[in-house]
Design a protein around this ligand. Structure first.
Ligand code: WT7
Length: 656
C-alpha cells in the first residue's frame, strides 16, 4: 500500500490543527492577548481598526449607542473611502499593481495604483458630467470586469452610494432593485465571456430598464466586436471617460456615518432588503479583518475568488484589500475553463499569497481530483480562507492538504451581507483550527448560541446564533425602512426595556467547550445555493406568477457540491396538464424573476401541500421529504395522507 491513503486516513481522523510555525513567524496578529485587550478597552479597542485608515477629521466618539439599535461608529470623523483605497497609496506604491485582472479568454490587465487613480478619477468626472450628485444611488450591473471596482471607487470618490446588482440577476430583479433604491443611473456592460463564448448582458439590462422610469445608462464595452447587440440610446463608457483621462476629481469629504453603498439581499419576505453600509465603520472593519484574519500586507498578491456582485467581493476583493494597499486579483470566468486547473494556473502565474473561496468551489475541486492542483506550483500560498456556507471537515482537510500543502492556515469565516465583514473565525496566527467549526468570535465581537427564549444553551446543544454587541461593520438600517430593520434583526431576542439589544442573524449554531462556534445553516426561509442566499418566498412568488399554478412551496435540499439546491412543490389549477413543458415554464419563470442561479433542481407536482390545522404549510416536512430524512410528527397535519403521495412524487422526479 502506498503512503498516500495512510496519510489521508490519518488526516481524516485529525480534529485540530495548530497554526503552522512558518505562518506564525510572519503573521500580522500573533498574540492571544488581543482578545483580552478588546474586552478591556471595549469599545475604544475598535479604534485600532479605524487607525488603519486616513481620516480627514478624527472622530469625537468611538461608539454612540444612545439610539439603540441605531448605533453610530467613529462619530464626527470624516474621510473618503476612495482616497483611502487609492490616493493614499500613490506616494509609497504608485507603481505597484492594485488590481491584477484575468479575463476568461486569457487576456490580462494590470492596474498599478497610479493607473487605478487615473481610471477612477476619469470615471468620477464622467459620473459628475452625467449629473450624479452626492447621495445619488448609482446602480452597477456588471460582471467581473475591472470597470466594476473602478466605478464603485468613483462613486465613493464623489459620495454617491453604489448599489451593485450581481450580473446573474434577471432583468426584473435589476428593475426591482433600481426602483427600491430610487436609482436613475445605471452602469452596465455589453457582455462578458462564459466558457469561451460571448454572453449578451446588454439585452438583459435593457429589458430591466424597460421596467423602470427613465434612467441614464452607460455601457462598458467588454466584448467589443463580439458584442451581440450594438449600443443604442445608451452612452458608451469609453467615449465618456476618455476625454477625462488625466483630470482629477477632489474626493468628497464624507461623514463616518454617511452611506458608502447599498446591497440588496434576500430575506423572509418576497421583497429584497437594501442593506445600508457606511463609510467609516464599514471601511475600518473590512480593513481590520483583512489585516487580522486574511493577514494581508501591501506586498502580498491576494485573491478572493468570489464575485464583486455579492458582499464577499465588496469587502474582500475591493474595499478591505485596497484600503491596505495590497494587490488584489480578479478573475472573470469559471474555475473549469478552459481546464479544471484554471485557478491553480492563476495562483502559480501570479504567485498568489492568500486564496479566499467558498466550500462549494472546494467540493468541486475535490471532485475534479488532485491532478489539477498537483501540476502547478502553489508554494506561494500562505493562507487559505473559506466563506459562504458551512464547510464539511472532509472538504476543509482536502483544501488544507492539497491546496495549502499542509502549511497554510485555513480560516473558516462566518459573516453575512449585514455584518459587512467577518465575525467568527480563528485568527490564523493564534488559534487552533477545528475543521468544520468556524471558530470563536473575533476579538471584540460578542456572539452566543441561545434557545428560542434567548437563554444561552449548553455547549454541544443546537440553538440560534446571536450577536449581543454592536461592531463597526454592522448594517445601519435597511434602506428607507427602519421598521423592517428592527423587525428582521432585533425583535427576536432583544429586551428594550432592559436596554438589551441582540442582533439575530437567523442562523442555527452550536458552541463547544472552547467557545468555538459551528454554524449549522439558516433557520429562516432562506436557502443557500452555492453560497448564494435565495429567499424561498421570492422563488415561490415567481412560481405562482405562472398561469396554471395555484400554490407553491419551496425548500432547500442538501446537495453534495452546492450545499443546497431548490425543491419546488407546485399545485396546479384545475385543468392544467402537468407536462414537461409546464415544468419548464415554471423553471423559466424563476430564471426571469430572480436569475438562473435560483433555478429549482426539481419541480414536484402535488395535489396538496402538507398543512397544519390552522392552514400553515409545513415546510420543515417538505424539506425532510426532499432530503429523504426520517419525517417528524405528521399527526398534527390536517392532511397526513398527502405525505406518502409527495414522497412518491419526489422519488419519481429524482429518477427522471
Ligand atoms: C449566510 C450569509 C458572508 C458572505 C457570503 C454570504 C452563511 C456564511 C459561513 C460560514 C457557515 C456561513 C450563513 C449566513 N454563511 N459564511 N463560514 N459557515 N455558514 O453572504 O449572502 O449574506 O449569506 O451565509 O448562513 O447567514 P450572505
Amino acid at each position: 500500500m502506498s503512503e498516500e491513503p495512510q496519510l489521508e486516513a490519518r488526516l481524516e481522523a485529525q480534529e485540530a490543527f495548530e497554526p503552522p510555525a512558518s505562518f506564525v513567524e510572519q503573521a500580522n496578529v500573533t498574540d492571544e492577548s488581543i482578545y483580552e485587550a478588546f474586552e478591556e478597552e471595549w469599545p475604544a479597542a475598535w479604534e485600532r481598526a479605524a487607525d488603519l485608515l486616513d481620516w480627514e477629521r478624527e472622530w469625537d466618539q468611538t461608539l454612540d449607542d444612545s439610539e439603540e439599535p441605531f448605533y453610530e461608529w467613529f462619530v464626527g470623523g470624516e474621510l473618503n473611502a476612495c482616497a483611502n483605497c487609492v490616493d493614499r497609496h500613490l506616494d509609497e506604491r504608485g507603481d505597484q499593481p492594485a488590481i491584477e485582472w484575468v479575463g476568461e479568454p486569457g487576456e490580462t490587465r494590470t492596474y498599478s495604483y497610479s493607473e487605478l487613480h487615473e481610471e477612477v478619477n476619469a470615471a468620477a468626472a464622467t459620473l459628475r458630467d452625467l449629473g450624479v450628485e452626492t447621495d445619488d444611488v448609482v446602480t452597477l450591473y456588471m460582471p467581473m470586469i475591472p470597470e466594476l471596482p473602478i466605478v464603485m471607487l468613483a462613486c465613493a470618490r464623489i459620495g454617491a452610494p453604489h448599489s451593485v446588482v450581481f450580473a446573474g440577476f434577471s432583468a426584473s430583479a435589476l428593475a426591482e432593485r433600481m426602483e427600491a433604491a430610487d436609482s436613475d443611473v445605471l452602469v452596465t456592460c455589453d457582455g462578458y465571456y462564459r466558457r469561451g463564448s460571448p454572453l449578451d448582458h446588454l439585452s438583459k439590462a435593457r429589458e430591466g430598464l424597460d421596467q423602470v422610469d427613465e434612467a441614464t445608462t452607460v455601457v462598458v464595452e467588454r466584448l467589443g466586436e463580439d458584442a451581440p447587440s450594438t449600443v443604442g440610446s445608451e452612452h458608451v463608457y469609453g467615449d465618456l471617460v476618455d476625454p477625462h483621462r488625466g483630470s482629477e476629481v477632489e474626493p468628497v469629504t464624507r461623514d463616518a456615518e454617511d452611506m458608502l453603498f447599498l446591497m440588496y439581499t434576500s430575506g423572509t419576505t418576497g421583497k429584497p432588503k437594501g442593506v445600508k453600509h457606511t463609510t467609516g465603520g464599514y471601511l475600518s472593519y473590512t480593513a481590520w479583518t483583512s489585516h487580522a484574519v486574511l493577514d494581508i500586507e501591501p506586498a502580498d498578491t491576494y485573491w478572493c475568488a468570489a464575485d464583486i456582485g455579492w458582499i464577499t467581493g465588496h469587502s474582500y476583493i475591493v474595499y478591505g484589500p485596497l484600503a491596505l494597499g495590497t494587490t488584489t486579483v480578479m478573475y472573470e470566468g469559471t474555475p473549469d475553463y478552459p481546464e479544471k486547473d484554471r485557478l491553480w494556473e492563476i495562483v502559480d502565474d501570479y504567485d498568489v499569497n492568500q486564496l479566499y473561496t467558498a466550500p462549494t468551489a472546494i467540493r468541486s475541486f475535490m471532485k475534479w481530483g488532485t491532478e489539477h492542483p498537483d501540476t502547478h506550483d502553489l508554494s506561494s500560498l500562505r493562507l487559505l480562507g473559506t466563506v459562504g456556507e458551512p464547510i464539511n471537515p472532509r472538504a476543509w482537510k482536502w483544501y488544507y492538504r492539497h491546496i495549502g500543502g499542509s502549511s497554510c492556515p485555513v480560516v473558516d469565516t462566518w459573516w453575512q451581507t449585514e455584518t459587512g465583514g467577518m465575525m467568527i473565525s480563528t485568527l490564523p496566527g493564534v488559534g487552533t483550527m477545528k475543521p468544520g467549526t468556524a471558530g470563536p468570535p473575533l476579538p471584540g465581537i460578542g456572539a452566543d448560541v441561545v434557545d428560542s427564549e434567548g437563554v444561552s444553551v449548553a455547549p454541544g446543544e443546537a440553538g440560534y446564533l446571536v450577536v449581543d454587541r454592536p461592531w463597526p461593520g454592522m448594517l445601519r438600517t435597511l434602506y428607507q425602512n427602519d421598521e423592517r430593520f428592527l423587525e428582521e434583526y432585533w425583535n427576536s431576542y432583544s429586551d428594550p426595556e432592559d436596554g438589551e439589544w441582540v442582533y439575530s442573524p437567523e442562523d442555527g449554531a452550536k458552541l463547544d467547550d472552547d467557545g468555538y462556534i459551528t454554524v449549522l445553516g439558516r433557520v429562516d426561509d432562506v436557502v443557500n445555493v452555492s453560497g448564494h442566499r435565495i429567499g424561498t418566498m421570492e422563488v415561490e412568488s415567481a412560481i405562482v406568477g405562472v398561469e396554471g399554478v395555484a400554490e407553491a412551496a419551496v425548500v432547500g435540499s442538501d446537495h453534495p457540491v452546492k450545499g443546497e439546491v431548490i425543491y419546488a412543490y407546485a399545485i396546479t389549477e384545475e385543468g392544467q396538464p402537468e407536462t414537461e413543458s409546464f415544468r419548464e415554464e415554471i423553471v423559466e419563470s424563476v430564471e426571469d424573476g430572480i436569475g438562473s442561479f435560483a433555478r429549482p433542481a426539481e419541480v414536484v407536482f402535488t395535489p396538496e401541500l402538507p398543512k397544519t390545522r390552522s392552514g400553515k404549510i409545513m415546510r420543515r416536512l417538505l424539506a425532510d421529504i426532499a432530503n429523504d430524512d426520517t419525517l417528524g410528527n405528521t399527526s398534527t397535519l390536517r392532511n397526513p395522507d398527502i405525505v406518502t403521495d409527495i414522497q412518491q412524487e419526489v422519488r419519481e422526479e429524482e429518477d427522471r
